[in-house]
Design a binder for this molecule. Sequence first.
Ligand SMILES: *Cc1c(COP(=O)(O)O)cnc(C)c1O
Length: 294
Amino acid sequence: MEFNFDFFSPEQSLISPLGEEKGIKIFIKRDDMIHPYISGNKWRKLKYLLIKARDQNKNHLVTFGGNWSNHILATAAAAAQFKFKSTAYIRGEKVDNSILSLCKLFGMNIHFVTRDEYKNKEELFQKYHDNDPSSFFINEGGYSIEAVKGCEEIISELTERYDHIFAACGTGATLAGLAKGASKFQPNAHIHGIPVLKGGDFIETAVHNLCPEVKINLHTDYHFGGYAKTKPELIEFIKNFCKDTGILIEPVYTGKLFFAVMDLISKNHFKKGEHILILHSGGLTGFLGQQAKF
Ligand SMILES: *Cc1c(COP(=O)(O)O)cnc(C)c1O
C-alpha cells in the first residue's frame, strides 16, 4: 500500500558568482522542503520501510541512533503521521535536548542504552522486542535496501541532465540510492559523496554492501575534524551561504557538502559548461545542536 503524503522537492538553479566565473551550472534538489521533521533523505529512506512494516502488519517502529539523530526525529514524526507506535534506543547516557523533546512530543518512547549495549542492535531488538510481533526493526540511519529504493526516486524525479551529482554521507545508503538511480535515469552523471565523518573511506564498503554494481567518487577531506565537528572556516561559509541565498544549510551534513562542492569548483575540478546537482538532504534541525557556534 502507498502512504498518502504529497510532498514538494523542486529542482532549483543556484545563482553563484563562483559558478558563473567558472562556467559551471549548479542546481539544488530541495529535499529539505519535503517536511520540517520527516526531512529530506530521511523520508526517502523511510518510505519503503514503512510500506514493508504496514504490509507485514507491524504497527510499532523500533530504531536506533545518537541523541541528535535526524533519523530518530524523522521516524518519530513519520510514526505519528502514519499511525505507528515508535521506540528509539539512544546511544549513551541520559540527556535532554530539543530533538529528543520533539521525538517525545510525537509520542516516541525513548530508552538510553550504554555504548556497549548499543553496538549490537539486532541483539537489543531481540532482547526487548522478540516477543512483540508488532515490532518492526529499522536500522540506525535507516540503512537498508528499502532506503536505497527510496533514494533512487530522487533521481527519477529529475528533469535536467547532470554531469555530477553530490550528496553528504553518513551511512552511505543515500549515496547508494543515488548511484543506482543514476545508472537508470542519469547515465552521464558521476556520483560524488562527501563523508561527514573522519575516515570516510568506509562509505565505499557501506555503499557496495547495498549495491555491489555502482560506481561512486568519495571526497574524504571535508569532515572538518569528524562527525558534528566544525572549524571557523566552515561556520563562516555557512553564514555567508545562508545570507547570500536564503537557503538554510547546517554544520553537520549540508554545510560540509556545499563547502566541498564550492571548494572543488574553485579548484577547477570540473569542466566548463558542466551541470552539477547538489542534493539538499534536509536535516536542518541539526542546527539546534550547533547554535552556540553562530
Ligand atoms: C542522515 C543525513 C545524511 C546521511 O545520509 P546517509 O544515507 O546515512 O548517508 C545526509 N544529510 C542529512 C541532512 C542527513 O540528515
